[in-house]
Design a protein around this ligand. Sequence first.
Ligand code: MG
Length: 390
Amino acid sequence: MRKIVHIDMDAFYASVEQRDDSQLRGKPVIVAWRGNRSVVCAASYEARKFGVRSAMPAVRADRLCPNAVFLPPDFPRYRAVSRQVRDIFHRHTDLIEPLSLDEAYLDVTENKTGLPTATQVARTIREQIRTELQLTASAGVAPNKFLAKIASDWKKPNGLFVIQPDEVDAFLLPLPVGRLPGVGKVTEEKLKGFDVHTIADLRCLDLSVLETRFGRYGVRLYELARGVDESKVVPDRPTQSISAEDTFERDVPLSETEPMIRRLAELTWAASRNERRIARTVVLKLKTAEFKILTRSHTPSSPPSSCQELTAIALSLRERVALGPQQRFRLVGVGVSNFRSGGHLGSTGSIRLKVKLYLDIYFTVAKLTLVMWLHRDKLSLDNYGEAGKL
Ligand SMILES: [Mg+2]
């Protein structure tokens, strides 16, 4: 049996803002660019009381909660905090699959700390996030990924919910089908046509019926309805690209995109500074008024070494867009990709790092052995979870 923990930071960006500015605490905070086409990136729980939600148009959020404090997103800062959260996860397991800056799956079937149950691992992680980062996270513990994700949402915010293997059916069957991953409005409507509203209803449908109606996804639905999900926690892949994009207030000709490109290049440059490796390729993305997406990229012989260079390349990539002066654009993005190791650490640097790492490991092992020896009586039986329990 696998032991999966899903961790979801509570109102992450808004919570970081409230943590770092005591004036904002207890107030409705909305993280969003101001503008007609902006959307809410995050809303504090005080703002959610007014019905404000992530991904809602900022204009609508403003109408729902006129007294809210609007803050432009500061992604480099959120990314840095996200990395600190990730460091806490790594104390427990290296099988971490991030879904976004504020959410991740952890496979703790075997964990590094020797905590006896997945529940205790989740509790410890939440505690470490709270005391070390002054932020709250919700956690779900379950025998697979999709149940762990539903569980983390169950006691949100600042909650922990565990679905034990023998509780899966009791938990799952009464839920509406819309709770299953991949079941959106369209699938939900289709299922209603079969008189399927809850997961219990879904379980009554034969595999052949689901397969005919939904193809490959029908098989997945059949399994999900039975609490089965074999998908593995796929550990973090190295960053493939870093980019920033934004939509204009109104559609503009190419000649008027410069100020926005400059601003986005700055954001991308700042974010890329957190990456150890060097990005070799610069990408310019444009979306036309008709929603057609164009990308142009350039890999200079030596990678851009300053924000000015990155900006200059991004601006020059516009020359490779041949759509005529009457063409209007609604969005522009600036990105970097094609990361290579930067060689920051010379050979002596990496040897020093290795020596330090080995010394750290040596002392940790020595300390652990001493602690285990001192507590050898307590460690005997009662700390180990019953077999088959998370
Ligand atoms: Mg979250």
